[in-house]
Write a protein that binds this ligand. Structure first.
Ligand code: GRF
Length: 229
């Protein structure tokens, strides 16, 4: 039996509600791993307080103290590596990353993004979904590659768009689903069920042809097995 905990580092820039969901899941034994470090590029990130309250080590590195992106990212990832994470989770980490710093972590770093990727990488995703007249919106968890919000998608949570939706209403309705999606995705990675292989996502050793779907019971399922809400 492998008794070594699955070590998780979480990178944040702000509120940290996704981080809070991970902390709660860990506390309740639903995460399958241990958050060993929370790192931020902003000292004022509210998520840092959540981490401190949970007794998790924190680290803030100010980009203003570095001459360019590459040197900042190299310093940040060197510090994160000292925590020996098996997985790095970008949970509202609002910076573009230098490809050289990402490279050693490919397959071991994920991001949660509030859209059904490949639709709407980048910002203002809720507004863009409304402007396009989408009937479905959602969130994605994907492996991080050098392409912004562009790595292989592991899993998605879908919500229906209502005719009277505003970007704020959509965001508010999506957020709890996003939290469940991230927790379930981290758990699947911690269990070794999901991995990046040959540029694609594998589940239990088999290539996925479409992202996993978050079902109403909070579990991830292959698309044709999804229990819709
Ligand atoms: C989330 O919507 C996440 O998908 C996006 O930034 C937001 C972060 O929220 N990347 P929080 O800091 O986890 O509350």
């Amino acid at each position: 039996m492998n008794l070594e905990p699955f070590r998780i580092a979480v990178l944040i820039s702000g509120r940290g509600s996704n981080l809070q969901a991970l902390i709660a899941a860990q506390r309740e034994g639903r995460l399958g791993g241990e958050i060993v470090l929370v790192a931020s590029n902003r000292r004022a990130a509210a998520g840092l307080l959540r981490a401190e309250e949970a007794g998790i080590d924190t680290l803030t590195l100010d980009p203003g103290a570095y001459s360019d992106r590459a040197s900042y990212d190299s310093a940040l990832f060197a510090r994160v590596a000292e925590a020996h994470p098996h997985l790095i989770v970008l949970a509202g980490f609002m910076r573009i990353l230098d490809p050289a710093s990402i490279a050693p972590w490919i397959g071991r770093m994920i991001n949660v993004h509030p859209s059904l990727l490949p639709r709407y990488p980048g910002l203002r995703t809720h507004q863009r979904a409304l402007e396009a007249g989408d009937r479905l919106h959602g969130a994605s968890v994907h492996f991080v590659t050098a392409e912004l919000d562009g790595g292989p998608v592991i899993a998605q949570a879908e919500i229906a768009v209502r005719t009277d939706d505003t970007p704020e209403a959509l965001a508010e309705r999506l957020l709890p689903r996003e939290h469940k999606l991230l927790v379930a995705s981290v758990r699947a990675l911690a269990q070794g069920r999901v991995r990046l292989h040959a540029g694609g996502v594998q589940l239990d050793g088999m290539p996925l042809t479409a992202p996993l779907q978050l079902a109403s019971d909070g579990e991830l399922r292959e698309r044709n097995q999804t229990v819709r809400e």
